[in-house]
Design a protein around this ligand. Structure first.
Ligand code: ZN
Length: 45
């Protein structure tokens, strides 16, 4: 069986630097940009 936790299925791409962050983060872990304005996107399809 192969499954992932729902929280790991999506990532939020930083609008500033393009870093993929967990949707739980409010700020980019790389550049500190506000992630609440970013759209949720899937890291891979
Ligand atoms: Zn960033």
């Amino acid at each position: 069986m192969c499954f992932r936790p729902p929280s790991a299925a999506k990532s939020v791409k930083c609008p500033s630097c393009g870093m993929f962050n967990p949707p739980t983060l409010e700020k980019c872990k790389k550049c500190g940009a506000d992630m609440t304005k970013a759209k949720n996107v899937t890291s891979e399809k």
